[in-house]
Write a protein that binds this ligand. Structure first.
Ligand SMILES: *Cc1c(COP(=O)(O)O)cnc(C)c1O
Length: 221
């Protein structure tokens, strides 16, 4: 099937309240344009430089989501245009995003990345660290960011029940914190699910999925 056909098939299967992020990492601009021409406007990249290059090369009505690990010294490159950062994993990073957002006269929406997988390699905050960040006094000083949700990645395993349990744990953390609204903290988005596990993620309460290979085919790198 073509890229456009893959996109339509996935989109038509999604509940209305689930937002699809087309994960475009490693793919060249021509391939992104196939998705763009099919009417899709929300793209996810995991590397800053690649996202900046594609932002410059492609139409300006695309919404760019950063989904990969972000170093504080690189925030300045994406602050002028990024629409959502999924991968905030420290107060220090949030403070830098706030600083760069202020410079650009913007408010940048952020998700806290929470570590739910049973693996050593995944980035993110533990539930305890996230609790501490959410209740910290320093968060209240940040006028140019808004924490609008959480992101999580399940373990890379064939054990569907484990994946389900991991997603469920993040959904329950999300539900627990949803009533607590402040000017810069308002939980709307639960970003969980990739090509291999987005159906389970949606069943467990995800409302934003990040899908690459199921649209574009397998990546070479
Ligand atoms: C690459 C990536 C995805 C998409 O992965 P696929 O398996 O290709 O759908 C989702 N989220 C993050 C954080 C990624 O880096």
């Amino acid at each position: 099937m073509s890229i456009a056909e893959n996109l339509f098939e996935i989109k038509s299967s999604l509940p209305k309240d689930v937002t699809l992020i087309a994960v475009t990492k490693t793919h060249p601009p021509e391939k992104l344009m196939e998705v763009y021409d099919a009417g899709h406007r929300i793209f996810g990249e995991n590397k800053v430089q690649e996202m900046v290059d594609k932002y410059e090369a492609l139409p300006k009505d695309i919404q760019w989501h950063l989904i990969g690990h972000l170093q504080t010294n690189k925030v300045k490159y994406i602050a002028p245009f990024v629409s959502l950062i999924h991968s905030v994993d420290s107060l220090k990073l949030l403070q830098e995003i706030n600083k760069q957002a202020l410079k650009n006269n913007r408010i940048i929406d952020c998700l806290l990345q929470i570590y739910i997988a049973n693996e050593e390699t995944k980035f993110g905050l533990s539930f305890e660290e996230a609790e501490a960040l959410i209740s910290s006094e320093q968060l209240k000083d940040l006028k140019n960011i808004k924490v609008t949700g959480f992101m999580g990645m399940a373990s890379n395993t064939d054990d569907q029940e484990q994946i389900r349990r991991e997603f469920r744990s993040l959904k329950s953390f999300f539900t627990k914190h949803s009533p607590f609204l402040t000017f810069n903290f308002s939980l709307l988005t639960l970003s969980m699910g990739m090509s291999s596990d987005y159906s389970i993620a949606i069943e467990e309460g995800s409302n934003m999925i990040r899908v690459g290979s199921a649209i574009f085919g397998k990546r070479d790198v």
